[in-house]
Design a binder for this molecule. Structure first.
Ligand code: ITT
Length: 188
């Protein structure tokens, strides 16, 4: 039985397919646009998204919703990260953070899975870190050039390989938790 990852974000798919290969999960990419609700909670967004995607594909599938929560901005942009990235981008965020001493931030990820019973399940992961003072690195996507994970060696996510980022990232942790569950419960 193949498993669909439904996402329009190629960067997410690259990271998740590296993990799928490691776990021996047979993964397919679906770019089917599903309706994404707007909400303050990533797990609500992922749960409804997984159900929507399952309704369209009629096959076991998962979606992943993520966001960057900056402490000194009281969690902004959080669930609105995509919009903020597309509008003000990394430079805009660095500008908002000019002269700000508290640079703590956390990336959060929530995987929403829906199998044949139509009941969605969620799996979460987070990566704590700091907003850098300048953009560094060319890898990854989105806010990667300005995020330095606490568990790392001072490099931004954009300065790491896909495997290095997966080992530390919010998405890596959420997807790893999901794959471990999936391998025990998958439908044949
Ligand atoms: P989907 O089709 O999967 O929904 P998306 O890009 O719209 O793709 P989200 O709604 O989850 O995904 O938006 C999350 C945004 O947060 C994403 O567009 C990035 O700007 C940012 N983001 C999430 N995870 C990130 C990561 O690992 N590195 C850098 N930026 C990230």
């Amino acid at each position: 039985m193949v498993l669909f990852f439904v996402t329009g974000n190629e960067g997410k798919f690259r990271e998740v397919s590296a993990l799928a290969a490691r776990f021996g999960v047979e993964l397919r990419h679906s770019r089917t646009p599903y309706l994404e609700i707007q909400a303050d909670s990533l797990s609500d967004i992922a749960r409804v998204g997984a159900q929507q995607a399952f309704g369209l594909l009629k096959a076991p599938c998962f979606v992943e919703d993520s966001g960057l929560f900056i402490s000194s901005l009281r969690g902004f942009p959080g669930p609105y990260s995509k919009y903020v990235f597309l509008t003000i981008g990394n430079r805009g965020v660095l500008k908002l953070m000019e002269g700000v001493e508290d640079r703590r931030a956390v990336f959060r990820s929530c995987v929403g899975y829906c199998g044949r019973d139509g009941r969605p399940l969620t799996f979460e992961g987070k990566a704590e870190g700091r907003i850098s003072t300048e953009e560094r690195g060319r890898g990854g996507f989105g806010f990667d050039p300005i995020f330095v994970p606490d568990e790392g060696d001072g490099r931004t996510f954009a300065e790491m390989s896909v495997e290095e980022k997966n080992a530390l990232s919010h998405r890596g942790k959420a997807v790893e938790g999901f794959f471990r569950w999936y391998l025990l419960h998958k439908e044949e």
